[in-house]
Design a protein around this ligand. Structure first.
Ligand code: AMP
Length: 443
C-alpha cells in the first residue's frame, strides 16, 4: 500500500514524497480515506504514529475541493491542541503538506502577545490551529470567525481534558456551525473522553492503532530506589559516568524542573528547563540547543514535553515517576526508536512506590531495580549511605524484581534508622543476588 492508493491528490502526494515518506502508517491508512469520505472519526493514536498527517492530508484535500469557500478569511478547518508546542508542530506539518496548494495555515496560542495574532488572522487562513484559551480570547474580541468551520479536530483530547480544558472546548464548540465534520484523537480512553466523543461525534469511524514502536521491547529500563534528596547526586553521577550527551529528564513540577536545572548547572552539566512558565521563545531556544548538542540535559515537565518533536533519544530519565502509568510509556517511547538502543532510567523515592507498581502492571513486566552506587552520593551529604543503607536499597530492589504487590516501597520508606540496625554487607550481597535472579526470571 502506498499513499496514492489512499485517494490523495497529486499535490499532496508530491508533498508527502518531499517529506520522504513512502508508506502510510496504520493510522494514515485508516484515517485518510475516512476523513476524505466526510466521516467523523474517533482515533486512538499516540504521538509518533503519524496521526498528524492522518488528519491534515485529507483536510487539505477537502478544503481544496471546496472551491466555493476558497479565499474567504474565516478558517474552514479548526484544530484544537493542548499545548503551544503541539500547535506549532501541527501548523508546521499543515504548511509542509500544503506546499503545492494555495491553502494557508495559521496558529494561535497563549503566552505570547495577542496583537500579532489579531493582525495575522485579519489576513485570513484556511486552517487554524489553536490552544483553547487563546482561541476563546480571540473569539471574544471578535478577531476570529468560527462560523465557517467545516472540519473540527480535537488533537490529544485526553491531554486537553487532563489540563482542564473541557469547559473551554465546550465554549469553542458552541461557536461552530452545527453541520461539520468532527475528528477526535486521543492516546487513551477515559469515561470523560467517551462522554465527549458521544456528544461530539456522529456515527464515527473508530480507529485504534498501536504505538509505532512497542517501546518496551526497544528500551532498556531500569530503576533506582533512593531518598528524594539523593536523586540529583545520582543523576549527576549517571550523566558523568555514562558520558551521556543527550538526556531528557522529567520532573513533576515546573519549580522542580528549574531547581534541578540549576543543580545540574552547578555540577558543571549544561542543562535547560522547559515548562509552561517559560516563554515560547525560551522553550524553542532550549529545544534547539538540546537538538544541536549544546546542552546535555533538557529538564521538562510532562505537559511541556508533550508534543515536543524530540525522539530517538539515547536516554530518558524519570526524575519523578508520572502518576499516570501511560505517561511513562509515552516518556520512554522517546528513546530507542528505529531500532536504536535507548535507556530509560527511573529514580524512585519511597512515596513513588505505588506509581512504579502501577507502571509495572500496565507493562506486565517488572522493571529491574539496581542498587544505588554508594559513590553517587557525595561525602558529607545528610544521607550518606552506610553499608546498611545500601543493603536496604538493594533489599528494596530485590523485592521489586519479584514483583511483590505488597508495598515494595515500605522498606525504603521506613528510613535510615531502621535499615541501620540491620547492618551488614552479608545481607547486601544476599539481596543483590536475589534481585538479579528475580530480574532474570522476570525478563
Ligand atoms: P505524529 O504522530 O503525527 O506526531 O508523527 C510522528 C512523526 O512521524 C513525524 O515526525 C512525522 O513527520 C513522521 N511521519 C508521519 N507519517 C509518516 C510516514 N508515513 N512515514 C514516515 N514518517 C512519517
Amino acid at each position: 500500500m502506498n499513499f496514492s492508493d489512499l485517494g490523495l491528490m497529486p499535490e499532496l502526494l508530491r508533498a508527502v514524497a518531499d517529506k520522504g515518506y513512502d508508506t502510510p502508517s496504520p493510522i494514515q491508512r485508516e484515517a485518510i480515506p475516512a476523513v476524505l469520505a466526510g466521516r467523523d472519526v474517533l482515533a486512538g493514536a499516540q504521538t509518533g504514529t503519524g496521526k498528524t498527517a492522518g488528519f491534515v492530508l485529507p483536510i487539505l484535500q477537502r478544503l481544496s475541493a471546496d472551491t466555493a469557500g476558497a479565499g474567504q478569511a474565516a478558517p474552514r478547518a479548526l484544530v484544537l491542541t493542548p499545548t503551544r508546542e503541539l500547535t506549532a508542530q501541527v501548523a508546521d506539518s499543515a504548511r509542509a503538506y500544503a506546499k503545492h496548494l494555495k491553502l494557508r495555515t495559521y496558529q494561535v496560542f497563549g503566552g505570547v502577545n495577542i496583537n500579532p495574532q489579531i493582525s495575522a488572522l485579519r489576513q485570513g487562513c484556511d486552517i487554524l490551529v489553536a490552544t483553547p484559551g487563546r482561541l476563546l480570547d480571540l473569539a471574544q474580541q471578535r478577531c476570529v470567525d468560527l462560523s465557517k468551520v467545516q472540519v473540527f479536530v480535537l488533537d490529544e483530547a485526553d491531554r486537553m481534558l487532563d489540563m482542564g480544558f473541557i469547559a473551554d472546548i465546550r465554549r469553542v464548540i458552541k461557536l461552530l456551525p452545527g453541520k461539520r465534520q468532527n475528528l477526535l484523537f486521543s492516546a487513551t480512553y477515559s469515561d470523560d473522553i467517551r462522554g465527549l466523543a458521544e456528544r461530539l461525534l456522529h456515527d464515527p469511524q473508530t480507529i485504534q492503532v498501536a504505538p509505532r514502536n512497542a517501546p518496551i521491547e526497544l528500551v532498556e529500563q531500569r530503576a533506582y530506589r533512593l531518598p528524594k534528596e539523593h536523586k540529583r547526586h545520582l543523576l549527576v553521577h549517571l550523566i558523568r559516568e555514562g558520558n551521556w550527551q543527550q538526556v531528557l529528564v522529567f520532573t513533576r513540577t515546573k519549580h522542580g524542573a528549574n531547581r534541578l536545572t540549576q543543580q545540574l548547572e552547578g555540577a558543571g552539566i549544561r542543562a535547560a528547563a522547559i515548562h509552561g512558565n517559560k516563554s515560547q521563545g525560551a522553550r524553542v531556544k532550549a529545544l534547539e540547543m538540546f537538538k544541536r548538542g549544546q546542552i546535555i540535559a533538557l529538564v521538562a515537565t510532562e505537559v511541556a514535553a508533550r508534543g515536543l518533536d524530540i525522539k530517538e533519544l539515547p536516554q530518558v530519565v524519570n526524575y519523578e515517576l508520572p502518576n499516570v502509568p501511560e505517561d511513562y510509556v509515552h516518556r520512554i517511547g522517546r528513546t530507542g526508536r528505529a531500532g536504536a538502543a535507548g535507556e530509560a532510567v527511573s529514580l524512585v523515592a519511597s512515596d513513588e512506590a505505588q506509581y512504579l507498581r502501577d507502571i509495572e502492571r500496565l507493562l506486565r513486566k517488572t522493571i529491574p531495580v539496581l542498587p544505588t552506587p554508594a559513590f553517587a552520593i557525595p561525602e558529607g551529604s545528610a544521607h550518606e549511605p552506610s553499608g546498611a543503607d545500601r543493603g536496604r536499597q538493594e533489599h528494596a530492589g530485590a523485592r521489586g524484581h519479584r514483583g511483590h504487590s505488597g508495598g515494595h516501597g515500605q522498606h525504603a520508606s521506613r528510613g535510615g534508622a531502621h535499615g541501620r540496625h540491620h547492618g551488614g554487607g552479608q545481607q547486601t550481597n544476599r539481596h543483590r543476588h536475589g534481585g538479579q535472579g528475580g530480574r532474570g526470571g522476570a525478563a
